[in-house]
Write a protein that binds this ligand. Structure first.
Ligand SMILES: [Zn+2]
Length: 274
């Protein structure tokens, strides 16, 4: 089992950790409990299962990986900047935030769950189903580890050139949920109605929602949900010597290979995908 602070008897990762682990240049508040971006990167050079991350920084090469301690904060800042520019240019007057999940199953490999999520997301945009109902969207995939297993999920910001009435917004939310659940049912994928949520985003809070969907990178502190472990927390625990956390991180890295975690569409397409 994953423990966030490996105690006596826990499996340890052999790694020479420096006594002082904060850097004044990485944007983190100095905190003896939390390793710096530099320390995490150095750990990844030895322990990442992805060659791109191990070699990131060699000869000025940057991997731009979503799981790289060096590149992921910058990558998310770029996504935020490009999305804010696309929103400023396209001037939507109405927005919804759609969160889509599938059921977590303990012990089920992340790769299988992530493939299920990708299949359902692909179905939602197939035949222009989504783009005929919204003017633009951007989807962010997040992976978390919970007590009931891996929890890959999608946050999709939907934007509109014209205001939707409350009635039309409720109708669209129901259509989205029904299509998601029907598609899951047809494919034998477990998903529940209560795991799907569509919320109205007040236009004054658009920037906050953009922050929310670009929040996850490898040097963020911790999850606000008790029991939920983010990729950054797995990396921090592996760095502190927790071998179970390193196993989970390795599974996450291998499952993430060639996955798209950021996908703009419609009038937000100028926000590049990666
Ligand atoms: Zn990198």
């Amino acid at each position: 089992m994953l423990s966030l602070s490996a105690g006596d008897g826990a499996r340890r990762v052999p790694f020479d950790r420096p006594a002082t682990v904060h850097s004044s240049t990485d944007g983190l508040t100095p905190d003896s409990e939390y390793p710096s971006k530099y320390s995490l990167k150095r750990f990844q050079e030895s322990y990442s299962s992805l060659k791109s991350i191990r070699l990131c920084g060699v000869k000025r090469h940057r991997c731009n990986g979503a799981l790289c301690a060096r590149c992921s904060p910058k990558r998310q800042r770029r996504h935020r900047r490009e999305l804010m520019a696309a929103l400023a240019a396209s001037k939507p007057v109405y927005a919804l935030l759609w969160t889509a999940t599938i059921a977590s199953t303990p012990e089920r490999p992340l790769g299988e769950l992530w493939s299920d999520l990708d299949k359902l997301n692909a179905y939602m945009v197939s035949g222009s189903w989504l783009s005929s109902r919204v003017d633009g969207y951007v989807r962010s995939i997040e992976i978390e580890r919970t007590p009931s297993g891996w929890h890959p999920h999608a946050h999709t910001l939907l934007v509109f050139r014209n205001k939707l009435s409350r009635t039309d917004a409720v109708k669209l939310a129901r259509e989205i949920q029904a299509r998601w659940l029907r598609s899951a049912d047809l494919r034998g994928i477990a998903a529940s109605a209560k795991g799907q949520r569509v919320q109205v985003v007040p236009m004054g809070q658009l920037s906050t929602v953009v922050d929310y969907i670009t929040k996850s990178h490898m040097t963020t502190r911790s999850s606000r949900t008790p029991g939920t472990v983010t990729p950054a927390m797995l990396l921090g625990s592996a760095y502190r010597g927790d071998a179970d956390a390193l196993d989970l991180l390795t599974e996450l890295e291998r499952s993430s290979y060639r996955r798209r975690t950021w996908q703009p569409g419609g009038m937000l397409t100028r926000s590049s995908s990666s």
